[in-house]
Every structure is written in C-alpha cells, then in structure tokens.
Design a protein around this ligand. Structure first.
Ligand code: ATP
Ligand code: MG
Length: 579
C-alpha cells in the first residue's frame, strides 16, 4: 500500500475529549474518527488491525471446535420477553419501531437468538456438543459511553455459545474456551490475565474475566503474588478474620446519640465506638420489597455480591429524597444513621423484613447499632442473640492488604480492562426458551449452556493502551496495520532512493510481508514522526546520504536504528519478522 493512496489523517494534537492515552492515539494515528459519543468510523489502518484481531479470534475459535454463524442484530422483542431479559436488561436495550409502529430491539448480546435456534434445531444428544460463535455488531445503550472504543454504544464482539448434554460436558466446553482465550490474547500481544468473576444468580465457579492491567481500566482486580489467586473485586474474598467475640453477658442498652448519624461520628468522643464494633444497617428495595442489610461499620457493602444474595438485579438503596421510599423509614421508625435490626426494636410491618448479614459479623457481640429511634443507639448487641438474621452471606468488599484466603500473603488490588468473559450459563436460557434434547435413554433434558464473549474493538484499544510510548503506538507484529513502513527520504519517481524503495516494496510484498510505502513528498521529520505515531513495528529508511555508503537504515519501533547494506535489508527484515 502506498501512503498517498490510502487515508491516514494523523494529528499533532489530541482532541480535547480524548481522556486516556489509547483513545488519543486512536485518533492521532488516524485509526478512527468519531461520529458522535460512543459511535466511531474505522479508517483504513484501524480497520486493518481490527481485521487482524478478528482473524486471530476466528482461527483460535475454529481450532477449539467453534462453528461460525452470523445472527441478526435486529431482533423481535418476544424472545427477550421469553428469556425474562426484556426487563432485566432493559437498561442497555435499544428499541426501534418500524412503519407499522411494531417494536424491535437491537441485540446487546445473542443468547436469546442462539437458544431459539437450538430449540428448533437440536433434538438429540447425538447433535451435542455444539459451540456456535459469531463476530458481529452489538448495540448497548450505555449510561456512560466513554474512552473511545472501550465503552461504545455500538461495538464488535465475538460471542460464542456452547450447548452440552451434561454438566461435566459443559465444563469441558468451558475449559476449551478458557484455553482458546489464553491463546487469543497472547497472539494479540496482550498481557491479559484470567480472574474469577461474578456468577450472579447462577452461582458456581465457572466464570472468568480476562483482564488487561491498566490504570485506566474500569475494573478492579484483587490478586495474590503468593499463590496466583486473582478475582474481580466484585467477587473476591479474603482470609480476613471474623469479628472477635468478647466476653458476653451484658444486656442490650439504649443510649442517646443526638445528631450522630455516621459511623465516623460514633467513633469519636464521647462515644468512642470503634468502627469495627459497629453494625451498619442499610435499607434496600429488592424487586420493590424492603430488606435490611448488615455489614460491619468498617466494611463496604459489595453491590455485586448483594445481587447474588438477593437473586435479582432489580434492587437499589431506599432513598430519603424519594417520597415513596420514605414509607420504609417511617415503618422502621428512624432515618438513616439511627437504623438497626435488633428484634425488639423492629415495629410491626418491619419485623418480618428479610435481614441479610455479612459473614464477618457472625458471632459478634459487644456491638453498637442504631435503635430505630432518631438520636439513639444500642450497645452490647450480640448479633446472634439480638438479631433475627434471615441469611448469612459474604457481602463485603475486600481491601488491599488483607490476607489471601488460600496462602495468607497480603492481597493487592490493581485496575484492569475487561477484554473477555467466559461464563457457564447452565440451563437458565434453555429451560426458558425450550431448548431441550432427547437423551440416549429417551428422557428429555434442557441443554447445558455456556457463553463466551470477547470485545474485539475493546481488545484493539487495550493493545494500544498497553503498547505505547511518548511517540505513539508500538504495535505487536501480529496486529499491526502494516509490518513494515518503507520511508524514502526523496520521492522523485526515477531517482535512486525511490527506485530502491520500489524494489524493496516489491520484494517484501512478494515474501508476504505487509508493507506501506511512505511516498509522500514530506520532510523526513514529518515522515519519521508519523511512522512512530502510527507505530509500524519496522521502519526501513532510505536516504541519499546513507545510500552513498551503500546502506539503508532499519529501525524497529521502540528499538535502536541499525544500518545495513542494501542487499541485506530484505533478509534482515524477514529475520526480524519471523523471530
Ligand atoms: P462491562 O462490564 O465492561 O460493561 P459486560 O460484562 O457488560 O462488560 P459482556 O456482556 O461480558 O460485557 O460482553 C463481552 C465483552 O464485550 C466484554 O468483555 C467487553 O470486552 C466487551 N464489551 C462490553 N460492553 C462493551 C461496550 N459498551 N463497548 C465495547 N466493548 C464492550
Ligand atoms: Mg462481563
């Protein structure tokens, strides 16, 4: 490809709305352009890298037994009603109306479509296992589209769905995808590590996210350098001790705490109740029903863990500024800051609300909590004696420095970008959407499913986020838009420099190398800057001065310049590419 015949609009400055380095470089290197927030056009170089990532994904999916299909992005809402996600995924669903005012949705993911296909087409155990995948466009009405391709309204995903006859077989399918993902990200030149992820209401241990460590990532990963444990903070646990039990016996006692409505205030004189001897009581509305959540004063409630315990994603904290929610506080008899779940202090109405308590409070006594009367607290609370706990669960968020549950070493936390997710679904969708098969003995069972996503466009950007320097992108060879950039410093068509450049171009191309020839009539500085900014892995510079010595210059991106004899240029480049 010749530079002048394609379209590479590089920029000196990054547009002001690009916040993170990869977003800036995508724009500055002329890889993408913004249509509007969350919607981007891929320009030729961006498209080339994107296609390379897609091809790596495709090859590894095929190698792992995946069967490629392509499903419609425009979908009838009935299948979403059938799976129940018309409500639970409502936040991200785009709705469209046709000329007859009939409603359609734009697929944010394709479990519904593929499960319907399986329901029609898979009838017998003989047809299993199957793993269908596609590489296609997804639409999500993200609350906060940002960081360019990282969180877009429209993006490209590889999504795969496995169907198995048994649980054990489904775990084999899961492992194949896990291994394929490991290879895919390695081939893309990305350091991505698998971490244990939330399994939501389905539960189990078969969910991993593939995370690219980056300061700008939207996720937090808890990890242990001792034993290799790694989990999303949404799911992570630690070996932190439970609340120490003290001498029991003292009866519960109410005391006045006028104006004290925070853990912090209660920990100050004259009360001086350490945060770790306080019980924090939170009121949530889960599917519109009030529930009480108890965590220790120095702990934070983990929303993802809470969703798993509540068994619904439709929940939120009761809000004092919402008149409808005030009913809950009125029933409790106090406002936030004075709330508690002590049996005798729950009035009629609230006394039967479910109480979910964090495991760390199990066995705790000598605790302080709100008395359900504004300006009053209870002390000497023994949680198992004084509170009717409906369910104990892990509800707290792990903090850095806590001991690893497996090996005891202090845990660390770092930010990361989620590029892929593998998830065992079980029979949630197959049951709802009637994807059953007949087993060998004639009995009927729902298919056991798994789903596996890779954000292809996000992966592209994650590569840039991980591989760059002051001058621009440093593409890993496998996903670079071109492997070699030939940079002639004089472009007169029949001059010695351009003649040699053309010869190299033809030879390298004949060897299957992807080459771009910078045939622009620009100053050397401009050409060098652009080739560094775009980040081609290898640059072959040809100038009159070095040519007089019979030499040209090879410059690996991010490495030192190497002069080579003209007849050694092609072999040297081939060696560097194959290495
Ligand atoms: P996130 O937590 O980042 O919103 P998710 O858990 O909703 O992602 P999945 O439904 O698991 O995402 O989708 C599979 C993959 O698609 C993700 O791992 C991510 O790489 C990518 N992805 C998800 N949402 C977006 C988006 N809005 N823009 C670009 N890529 C996305
Ligand atoms: Mg995910």
């Amino acid at each position: 490809m010749r530079w002048t015949q394609t379209f590479i609009p590089t920029l000196k400055e990054s547009p002001s709305d690009a916040e993170i380095v990869s977003h800036k470089l995508l724009l500055r290197a002329g890889l993408i352009r913004k249509l509007t927030g969350g919607l981007y056009t891929f320009l030729p170089l961006g498209l080339r890298s994107l296609k390379k990532i897609e091809q790596i994904v495709r090859e590894e999916m095929n190698r792992a037994g995946g069967i490629e299909v392509l499903m419609p992005a425009l979908q009838p809402p009935d299948i979403w009603q059938q799976s129940g996600r018309y409500q639970t995924a409502a936040e991200v669903l785009y709705h469209v109306r046709d000329r007859a005012q009939k409603e359609w949705v734009l697929g944010p993911t394709h479990e519904e479509v593929i499960t319907q296909l399986a329901a029609f087409e898979i009838n017998s155990y003989r047809q299993l296992p199957k793993n269908f995948y596609q590489i296609g466009v997804k639409f999500r009405d993200e609350i906060r589209p940002r960081f360019g391709l990282m969180r877009a309204k429209e993006f490209i995903m590889k999504d795969a769905y496995s169907f198995d006859a048994t649980d054990e077989a489904a775990q084999v399918s899961y492992q194949k995808m896990y291994d394929a993902y490991t290879r895919i990200f390695a081939r893309c030149g990305l350091k991505a590590l698998p971490v244990e992820a939330d399994t939501g209401v389905i539960g189990g241990k078969f969910s991993h996210e593939f995370m690219v460590p980056a300061e700008t990532g939207e996720n937090e990963v808890v990890f242990c350098e001792g034993c290799g444990y790694a989990a999303n903070v949404e799911k992570a646990t630690s070996g932190i001790p439970k609340t120490a039990a003290r001498e029991v016996g003292a009866a519960i006692e109410k005391f006045a705490t006028p104006g004290v409505v925070t853990i912090e205030a209660l920990s100050q004189a004259p009360y001086s109740v350490a945060a770790n001897r306080q019980i924090k009581t939170l009121v949530y509305l889960a599917d519109s029903q009030p529930v009480l959540i108890l965590v220790r004063g120095d702990d934070q409630l983990n929303q993802t863990k809470l969703a798993g315990v509540l068994g619904t994603t439709v929940f939120r904290p009761a809000d004092v500024s919402e008149p409808a929610d005030m009913v809950a506080f009125t029933q409790l008899g106090a406002m936030p800051g004075s709330l508690g779940a002590v049996k005798g202090a729950l009035r009629t109405g609230a006394e039967n609300w479910p109480v979910y308590a964090d495991e760390r409070l199990r066995g705790a006594n000598d605790m302080t909590t709100g008395a359900n009367e504004d300006g009053f607290h209870f002390r000497n609370v023994s949680i198992e004696r004084d509170v009717q706990v409906t369910k104990w669960a892990d509800l707290r968020t792990v903090n850095a420095g806590e001991p690893c549950a497996k090996c005891g070493k202090p845990l660390k936390i770092r930010r990361a970008i989620e590029v892929g997710h593998v998830f065992k679904l079980g029979t949630k969708y197959s049951e709802k959407m009637n994807a059953y098969f007949l087993a060998e003995d004639g009995s009927r069972h729902p298919c056991v499913m798994g789903c596996y996503g890779i954000g292809v466009t996000r992966t592209l950007q994650a590569v840039i986020e991980q591989c760059n320097d002051q001058a621009g992108i440093i593409w890993p060879l496998a996903v670079a838009p071109f492997q070699v950039c030939i940079t002639p410093l004089a472009v007169a068509p029949d001059g010695p420099v351009m003649t040699l450049a053309e010869k190299f171009y033809a030879e390298l191309t004949a060897h299957g190398v992807e080459v771009i020839l910078d045939d622009r009539d620009e100053r050397p500085g401009v050409k060098f800057k652009d080739s560094e900014l775009v980040g081609f892995p290898l640059r072959l510079g040809i100038g009159e001065r070095s040519l007089a010595k019979g030499e040209v210059e090879i410059k690996p991106r991010g490495g030192a310049l190497v002069p080579v004899k003209t007849d050694q240029a092609v072999p040297k480049l081939l060696e560097l590419i194959r290495r």
